[in-house]
Unconditional design. Structure first.
Ligand code: PLP
Length: 392
């Protein structure tokens, strides 16, 4: 018998991929499926970004790059963060990563072990908990509640920190709720963290460019007092519709940078070279396509929330960021996962049950509005017909 490591049994999964597979299977059997399950923009990567990658390949950029990324890209990323957030980031603390996820993988690997506690948002991106459990650390959920606009309460978060806390994971704008944590709450948290100088922070800001109603994204990089323990996760996937390119970036405290570079050298060597040239074009080139995409998401956001609030026993708070709606279905009588699975099988609408994002996700389902407005409205109508025809 093959003997893999014991902790492997603790590694979780991302149910969104299983839902996608099931939705595709049903579609291939001829069923009419509307997919609101998947967390990726339904737009094409803008042409000038694709062209930059093609040009790079044609110019012979086929080789390894430095493990931490090509210098010009790290410079462009640092400049952009400094301009946008008034941060003071050197290109030497920027790592180019194969997607956003790998930053959380590395950060949790660096801090997680038996005896360590790691705080993470719940409901939140499922990989946080999965990776924490994989390392043997204790996952401590920080509840995100609807009545707080799905933002953490700094007071509650600070009350969960103990001397065992090694890492605190934050995510705003949030997947799955679309919640955006207000500046006052982040100010309070940063102030309170003075009492816990040994706790590192991983701020997942992958949706930083995706806020609505003129709301400014509040980046943790704007706080110089935590610079020596802040890990920033961000990337191109969502902002520029580049999920399949596998391109992300992170910013690391000086004390961790070389460890992370070594993790890269020991695993993937470097990020795909052509994708890195595309990354430069994305940041330095015209932003119209990214802005147009956000305008379209905004139009859909308003429409989907209005439609969801018209459904029986369902209410939906208006999300302030990302491209997810997280309606409260607790009054329908259905358990969230049961509802989500029946919606897929019986109504042909793919959604994700809230509990796939943590225990505090019960009573909610996630709808991604990365689909045409027409399909979204048709999907909500189908959900309404299902709720009218069925009781739990
Ligand atoms: N962080 C959050 C909160 C996400 O929702 C996602 C993707 O869905 C990621 C990170 C991962 O991004 P990437 O596809 O660049 O790895």
């Amino acid at each position: 018998m093959l003997r893999t490591i014991k902790n492997f049994a603790n590694l979780g999964d991302e149910n969104a991929f299983a839902v996608l597979a099931r939705a595709n299977q049903l579609a291939s059997e001829g069923r009419d499926i509307i997919n609101l399950g998947i967390g990726q923009p339904d737009f094409k990567t803008p042409d000038h970004i694709v062209k930059a990658a093609v040009d790079a390949l044609e110019a012979g950029e086929h080789g390894y790059t430095p493990a931490n990324g090509i210098p010009r890209l790290r410079e462009v990323v640092a400049d952009e963060l400094n301009r946008r957030h008034g941060a003071d980031i050197s290109p030497d603390s920027v790592m180019i990563m194969p997607g956003g996820k790998v930053t959380m993988y590395m950060a949790i690997t660096l801090f997680g072990e038996s005896g360590a506690d790691i705080l993470y948002p719940d409901p939140g991106f499922p990989i946080y908990r999965s990776m924490i459990e994989f390392t043997g650390a204790r996952p401590i959920p920080v509840p995100l509640r609807e009545e707080n606009g799905f933002a953490f309460s700094a007071e509650e978060l600070l009350s969960l920190i103990t001397p065992q806390t090694r890492l605190i994971i934050l995510n705003s704008p949030s997947n799955p709720t679309g919640g955006v944590t207000p500046k006052e709450e982040i100010d309070k948290l940063v102030k309170g963290l003075e009492a816990w100088p040994d706790a590192a922070i991983l701020s997942d800001e992958i949706y930083s460019r995706m806020t609505f109603d003129g709301l400014e994204h509040q980046s943790l990089t704007s706080y110089p007092e935590i610079k020596d323990r802040l890990i920033l996760l961000n990337g191109w996937s969502k902002t520029y519709a580049m999920t399949g390119w596998r391109l992300g970036f992170s910013v690391w405290p000086e004390a961790l940078y070389d460890d992370v570079r070594k993790l890269a050298v020991n695993s993937y060597s470097c990020v795909n070279s052509a994708a890195q040239f595309a990354g430069i074009a994305a940041i330095t080139g015209p932003q119209d396509a990214a802005d147009d995409m956000m305008a379209e998401f905004d139009r859909r956001r308003k429409a989907v929330v209005t439609a969801l609030n018209d459904l029986p026993n369902t209410s939906c708070a208006i999300p302030k960021g990302a491209f997810y709606a997280f309606p409260n279905i607790s009054q329908t009588g259905f358990k969230a996962k049961d509802l989500s699975s029946r919606l897929l099988e019986e109504a042909g609408v793919a959604t994700i049950g809230g509990p796939d994002f943590g225990v505090y996700g019960e009573g909610y389902i996630r709808l991604s509005y990365a689909n045409s407005l027409e399909n979204i409205l048709k999907a909500v109508e189908r959900i309404g017909d299902f709720l009218k025809a069925n009781s739990a």
